[in-house]
Write a new protein. Structure first.
Length: 62
């Protein structure tokens, strides 16, 4: 009787790993921006972005 191979950990598909790393990079970048803006600019850029997005939504929705 032969031994069964050890269980694999993770994904065997390299494209799935690359796709997952993209999400990790985006999440880290957004988190870094939020922390940077909060610490050094007291949320100025986040506030300006939210205000501008709200203005655009109001313009589009009428």
């Amino acid at each position: 009787m032969g031994q069964s191979p050890p269980p694999r950990s993770g994904s065997s598909d390299p494209h799935a790993v690359v796709s997952a790393m993209r999400y990790v990079i985006v999440i880290v970048a957004v988190t870094f921006f939020l922390i940077w803006d909060g610490l050094y600019h007291h949320g100025y850029y986040l506030d300006a972005t939210v205000r501008e997005m709200s203005r655009i939504v109001r313009y589009v929705m009428g």
